[in-house]
Ligand binder design. Sequence first.
Ligand SMILES: Cc1cc2nc3c(=O)[nH]c(=O)nc-3n(C[C@H](O)[C@H](O)[C@H](O)COP(=O)(O)OP(=O)(O)OC[C@H]3O[C@@H](n4cnc5c(N)ncnc54)[C@H](O)[C@@H]3O)c2cc1C
Length: 495
Amino acid sequence: MSSKRAIVIGGGVAGLSAAAYLAKGGFEVTLLEKNASLGGRARQFSEEGFTFDMGPSWYWMPDVFEKFYNDFGFTTSDFYDLRRLDPSYSVVNKQGEAIDIPADKLELEALFERIEPGSALKLREFLKEAAYKYEVGINDLVYKPSLSLLEFADIRLLKGLLKMDVLTNMRSHVKKTVKHPFLQELLEFPVLFLGALPQNTPALYSLMNYADMDLGTWYPMGGMYKIIEAFEKVAKKQGVKFGLNQDVISFNYSGSKIIGVNTSTDSYEADVVVGAGDYHHLDQNVIEKKYQSYSATYWDSRKLAPSCLLYYVGVNKKIKGLLHHNLYFDTDFNLHSKEIYTTPKWPEKPLFYASAPSVTDKTVAPEGKENLFLLIPIAPGLKGDDEAIRKKYFDEMIARIEKQTGESFANDICYVKTYSVSNFVSDYYAFKGNAYGLANTLDQTAILKPSLKSKKLENLFFAGQLTVPGPGVPPSIISGKVAANQIFKEFGLIK
Ligand SMILES: Cc1cc2nc3c(=O)[nH]c(=O)nc-3n(C[C@H](O)[C@H](O)[C@H](O)COP(=O)(O)OP(=O)(O)OC[C@H]3O[C@@H](n4cnc5c(N)ncnc54)[C@H](O)[C@@H]3O)c2cc1C
């Protein structure tokens, strides 16, 4: 057992994961979080009887969560009641009809066949390939620290990489599978989680379709924050200590090592540090210039995943016709995507996402009321997210939901809180107000992502959505484990 002191900066999913693994490996761990509660982008708040998850709402890849719990001798049901949603979600098409996407594979194939005769078999093939990519990708590739290309040089992986469409893009891959525009959009939708356009995302990521259509969409009763509570319990059980309202503002150095971490109020000694806050902020604003791994120009040239306009809404009645997850793809995504990625501006007629967790979970809204979470993806760094612009999009979305469901509820709205670019910056020091970190484009994959290990400081490592393997709750969990394992290796605790 080592009694080395580890400081983990950031109490989001990645920081909690790294802290738990490090403590299990024998480190004396203190996790410092700038905000008053843990969870980072996955925080939760309650107002007027409603309980709102602030960020993630899609529980995908339950196997990754289960593996985390298993690593500490637990299982998912030790912490929460996880339910599979059926239908998984609905997609509103260009004609304004909501198409429910069934959880059952045969029903899903039947839906494909109805829309495009002959497509059921093609879907089956597509998902078989996606299953292979998931197996190699999630069990092997994402656990590589990506510090050197040599890590990918074993035969199984090399063979795998060839079969994994790393050099084709998602759009071409999907177009080869189905012709109908609705089915194409449906197969491209999971790529939106990766923060880049289908044409810029390697077809490797059809593994996300396997996650969607085979592994399914799940929900922890009580809300997504159950994950954070569970991670906190796991970490505490390993002996992790927590410091809330502890904004890390600088380090003390000796040679090329960090020996101390300073917050606005306290100082902590450290043998090793994991930066699991926003990587750009730590690298550019906390670390002394001569120790920074990257230049301002490097950061500026990164392609970020979108930011978003978010609304947490309480409604005084139930809204018939809404599922737990509803994708409003009733507008032209090509135009909206240009407004996010090519010529960043406030979108003219955006697609959006509406979640109503109160459809599944009575505990998140008072009886007879609906809890709504609305999200419009927007370009990172957009200026002017003032009250007027937030109100304009809010009114438009409510009108579109009313029209599509045939339920009027604008006058029954009893609570609204909005959240956007400037809030991401002030709450998390998010670079350009990004919501999901870096886009998963080919030139920002694996060794081409900001490195999990500092280039200048021997005992500084990074975890979280801006380093490997990428954005999303499951990858952030994995990133904490990969950072901890790299530390064990460098401290001679594992080979
Ligand atoms: C609106 C939204 C919807 C999303 N939807 C989904 C979804 O449905 N499914 C999914 O899987 N993923 C989703 N994601 C992505 C997912 O939430 C993130 O990828 C993941 O939570 C990131 O975890 P993290 O630990 O890397 O970062 P964060 O959650 O940002 O945690 C970093 C923490 O570090 C703290 N910090 C930063 N700087 C300092 C400092 N100097 N000192 C101390 N503390 C500091 C921050 O306050 C923060 O708490 C969504 C994200 C958003 C924003």
